[in-house]
Design a binder for this molecule. Structure first.
Ligand code: GUN
Ligand code: FE
Length: 455
């Protein structure tokens, strides 16, 4: 009798800790009808041969081919779905000007549901094809189009956490793109939360509403307070931008005489289910508040190179006990790939450690103990993201969701440089992390369902 819905046989990589990668060589992964990993069986386990005998002829048995490996699906903790339409462009001016010149005019077009559908279909497909199985999305201020994004995630099988963006300040936002007023912003948010909770009832992999003040500058005190209350009432996720750039950080200092972290906390916006994008200018007191409240940082290294005026001390924040995941920040970051962002996270951290200004002596140039390894960047893209969202995702372990990407290292058009069939698997892992391109990602599964295939 077949007990499992799917069985996979192959070699997998999953984080053991933030610094250590676990190699599961030739294991069996037994998936149940809820799409959860019910059992993981090592080759020397007595059940291994019995299970293989039972399942190897079943169409639900998947043996990975030579050169193929399993990774957990990536968890993108910060994506602006509408901004996919301008990804790779508009990277020439600072944050404040970028928002007003390019981004708000683009986002205002999402009142048109046909345009929204075009872009949202594409961005969800693209993220899945890049191995992203869970995404924490900003939509736009429009309630209907934001709900459409959640429906598209539900239909395509991606685990989507979606926020209708709140921007209610009449002074700080352009008339062509903002909420009508504070009360409407809060009412729309509440209706949006209820609609997504309804949609979630029929969505296997989960969709979740997210309370989403764009950032402090775009919101009135009343909206921030009301949003904190809505998040508590419905126990929702919360996302925003926090301490991102010199301008944004100083704006909040001038308005509240405190940093973003403490200002957000005063409005009830730092909770276990909060994820704050960027956070480059967090000081130690802010970091301790994040750790105490369970608020996570979504680190967006590609975007930071354009808009954050700094490199975030990510190793230091992690050492203070702050939960950390990775974000693409499309389109502040141009790349939809968390492979690219993991690479950039390592590169930026190395440049922070060594410093960049050659007119300074070497010992004054950088910030010691800043570097992270590719193993840590992988952890942020997977297990760290799962912990940030308090969901059983991002690890290949029993009682975690079957969210995986199958990587082919032998694809003729994108072969990885593995010349020794006995190559140390930790080297194979590192080559995957640094060299994989989208075409190497042959299949993507979410909650036990195949959602993307190149075969
Ligand atoms: N701050 C407020 N809105 C945005 C946005 O869309 N992208 C980035 N990077 N920062 C922001
Ligand atoms: Fe952003």
């Amino acid at each position: 009798m077949e007990k499992y819905t799917q069985i996979f046989q192959g070699t997998a990589f999953s984080s053991k800790s933030s610094k250590e990668v676990q190699i599961l060589k030739d294991y069996l992964f037994c998936i149940n009808s809820n799409g959860m990993i019910e059992r993981i069986i090592a080759p020397d386990d007595t059940d291994y041969v019995t299970l293989l005998e039972t399942y190897h002829v079943s169409e639900n048995f998947h043996r990975l081919a030579d050169g193929q490996y399993l990774l957990p699906g990536f968890i993108d903790l910060h994506v602006h779905a509408p901004q996919w339409a301008q990804a790779g462009t508009a990277l020439d001016i600072p944050l404040y000007d970028w928002l007003n010149t390019y981004t708000f005019p683009l986002e205002s077009k999402f009142s048109d549901l046909a345009f929204a559908k075009n872009v949202y279909d594409e961005v969800v497909n693209t993220l899945l094809a890049n191995g992203t199985t869970t995404a924490l999305y900003f939509a736009t201020v429009h309630k209907e189009a934001s709900l459409l994004l959640a429906e598209i995630c539900a239909e395509k099988g991606q685990r989507g956490l979606v926020g209708k963006v709140v921007m209610d300040s009449q002074e700080e936002n352009p008339d062509f793109y903002r909420d009508t007023d504070t009360q409407t912003a809060l009412e729309d948010t509440e209706e949006f939360i209820l609609a997504v909770k309804e949609l979630a009832k029929s969505t296997k992999q989960g969709v979740y509403p997210v309370v989403t003040p764009r950032f402090i500058p775009s919101c009135t005190d009343d909206a921030l307070k009301g949003l904190g209350e809505l998040a508590a009432k419905y126990d929702t996720y919360i996302q925003s931008h926090c301490s991102e750039s010199d301008w944004e950080h100083e704006y909040v200092q001038n308005r509240f005489q405190k940093n973003d972290a403490f200002a957000l906390n005063d409005f009830g916006l730092l909770r276990e289910k909060s994820v704050m994008a960027h956070c480059n200018f967090l000081n130690d007191a802010d970091a301790e508040l994040f750790a105490e409240t369970g608020t996570a940082v979504s680190h967006c290294p590609v975007s930071n190179a354009y808009f954050a005026n700094s490199v975030i001390p990510i190793a230091h924040l992690h050492s203070k006990g702050v939960e950390i995941g990775l974000g693409s920040d499309i389109s502040g970051g141009f790349s939809p790939s968390l492979f690219d962002n993991a690479r950039q996270a390592v590169i930026s951290s190395r440049m922070l450690e060594d410093g960049v200004n050659t007119s300074l002596p070497a010992d004054e140039r950088g910030v010691s103990n800043s570097r992270i390894t590719i193993n840590e960047a992988f952890y942020f893209a997977t297990a760290g993201g799962g912990e940030s969202l308090s969901l059983p995702i991002g690890r290949l372990e029993e009682n975690y969701a079957w969210d995986v990407q199958i990587i082919d290292t032998l694809l003729p058009s994108a072969r990885l440089p593995i010349f020794n069939s006995n190559e140390d698997l930790i080297d194979v892992f590192q080559k995957i992390m640094y060299l994989v391109r989208p075409e190497n990602i042959r299949e993507v599964w979410v909650q036990g369902e195949k959602v993307h295939s190149r075969t």
